[in-house]
Design a binder for this molecule. Structure first.
Ligand SMILES: [Cu+2]
Length: 173
């Protein structure tokens, strides 16, 4: 009796640090930080940007979904002879131990057919799907249209969709 009881207490104590140290988004090897989305009207499209930190084996981001949008796609912004365009990508590889940034001018999560406006100061939630890590929920802060990351995060560039010249743009891989 006593031994069993002690074992249960020990298990309880051991589980506490784990639950405390798990990040807000995921307790797996994939962590998402610095997520922000740009304000957009209902019916429109909204871009979301974030940083994926992979402490585990190589993985692949294969899709995204959100209750605030009809459809969510993974997009890549490309500079087509000086004109910024974007195109859907099937997935994004997340190498083992890598940090992958989805930032303005590069990859992003595109929320299409917004069911409600994304208002600056609000929040938007998407669920990312990874091949190995499964689903990771991300809550993003909504910033003004065309804005970069909220204060406290540093971003190299601050370009939106449909903007022309992007000197020194480096695709985020
Ligand atoms: Cu896009």
């Amino acid at each position: 009796m006593t031994r069993v009881f002690l074992r249960i207490v020990a298990a309880g104590l051991l589980s506490v640090p784990f639950s405390l140290s798990s990040a807000a988004w995921s307790d797996g090897p994939i962590q998402v930080t610095g997520a922000f989305a740009r304000a957009a009207p209902a019916g429109g499209v909204g871009g979301m940007f974030l940083t994926i930190v992979n402490t585990g084996p190589a993985d692949r981001l294969t899709g995204a979904a959100s209750s605030v949008a009809e459809k969510v796609e993974l997009h890549e912004s490309i500079d087509d002879k000086g004109v910024m365009k974007m195109r859907p990508v099937a997935g994004l590889s997340i190498p083992a131990g890598a940090t992958v940034k989805l930032a303005p001018g590069g990859y992003h999560v595109m929320m299409m057919g917004l069911k409600q406006p994304l208002a600056a100061g609000g929040r938007a939630t998407v669920t990312l799907t990874f091949e190995k890590a499964g689903q990771v929920e991300v809550e993003a802060e909504v910033v003004k249209p065309g804005a970069g990351a909220p204060e406290g995060h540093s971003m190299d560039h601050n370009m939106g969709h449909g903007m022309g010249n992007m000197p020194g743009m480096t695709p985020s891989k």
